[in-house]
Ligand binder design. Sequence first.
Ligand code: ATP
Ligand code: MG
Length: 307
Amino acid sequence: MKLHEEPVLIANGITKSFKGKCVIKNASFSIKKNSIVGLVGKNGAGKTTLMRILIGFLKADSGSVCIDGVVRKNNTKTSGIGYLTDVPVFYEYMTCFEYLSMCAGLLGIENSRIGSEVDRFLKLVNLENSKDKKIKGYSRGMKQRLGIAQCLIGDPKLIICDEPMSALDPIGREEVADIFNNIKQDTSILLSTHIMSDVEKLCDEVIILKDGNLTKIESLDEVEKFSNKSKILEIDFTGCKKDIIDNFELIIKNKKITYERIYKKFRINNLSDQIIADICGIFCNANAMLMFPRSINIIDKEIDEFF
Ligand SMILES: Nc1ncnc2c1ncn2[C@@H]1O[C@H](COP(=O)(O)OP(=O)(O)OP(=O)(O)O)[C@@H](O)[C@H]1O
Ligand SMILES: [Mg+2]
């Protein structure tokens, strides 16, 4: 085991303004090898701008980016990083195999290796059985996986994926999460997202962008706490008798749980494992049937609500 490994990316003092409005203010952070880092922030926070600066598609006003030990000159495109845009566009008349073969050729992979290399990436993203199908017939999830395969060509040390899961249904998100977890042993991943449950499931670290300022959460415990802040536990007693509801309210007051009551519904913010255990305990006791609510749900807040 190596005791110390250089980060795969070091960003130092990145600043970017558009028409006098500062979108990124003096951002410094690093990305470790074999880690998945979530980049979160509400719409317009500057996630795409930061990613485009890191990849070298956009010039920062100041600051530097160091990839795998090499400082990149401003505004030069970087090798060693794969990039998946928020709205990937493909040549849809091509098959997936043709498209990836073309990309591999453009990246300088020798002709004799292209077929086997493309097959390797298709396997990683579970598209080997659809490789001869035209891309225009692909579902959204398949296109997203094709985009991931595309950015893996050349075995970059880091891939940067802008909202790779946002447009997908839960099964599609699960498939992409599995791919990221599998490839993390060979590449680090920076991904932006609005979906906090994906952050909790996938990310080792989280970068938060708010009002141009960047904060990094570096431990799994802190990531979990941050993710819990994005959830509300809603307990709905609609249809239950008033004394049952008042009794429940008294119990949670005694347990010093902070809540908001909206008629027969209780909403509990800032969830922790202890609060969830306390609430489960209430319904597991002998009188539970007397005070069982109509529903108990954990709701994901919109990112704007807890930032
Ligand atoms: N080329 C540009 N010219 C002028 N303003 C820009 C440009 N690109 C981005 N901006 C502005 O910078 C801010 C950050 O935009 P950015 O697209 O980076 O946010 P984002 O966090 O990716 O948002 P979203 O969640 O909607 O994708 C926004 O106010 C946007 O209008
Ligand atoms: Mg964006």
